[in-house]
Design a protein around this ligand. Sequence first.
Ligand code: C2G
Length: 130
Amino acid sequence: MKKVITYGTFDMLHQGHLNILKRAKELGDYLIVGVTSDDFDSRRGKINVQQSMMERVEGVKETGLADQIIIEEYEGQKIDDINRLGVDVFAIGSDWKGKFDYLSEFCQVVYLERTKGISSTQIRTQHNHL
Ligand code: C2G
């Protein structure tokens, strides 16, 4: 069985997230999605996240695409997850191109084209202007 892993905040889950989850899933037989904890996001400077971790996990769950959902809580966890869970492929959006090449020591690394014209930031801005 080919296991794929991808990570993200998945705040106010939108079409861009759905596309990447679908395409990541197509790379194998079993998709693991790592959702960032609220603490991890604030530590990595991701501010303005609207939904709590539980709400973001629920959003990912509702897509029906994740075979397993885990929480990403610390820097360096990706290597631990890949080894612990026997992951074959790490997939992430092209906005991260090159940033995760170091994981190729542990599994295949694939950058998937980011969906243009949609982002959590844009959705937040639209909401604020309603
Ligand atoms: N994404 C996309 N198209 C968009 C928006 C996002 O393909 N229009 C992808 C991102 O490239 C990422 C995933 O959706 O692969 C989740 O995006 P975010 O929720 O913004 O999470 P991010 O900060 O990219 O977390 O450890 C965390 C990860 O390293 C990445």
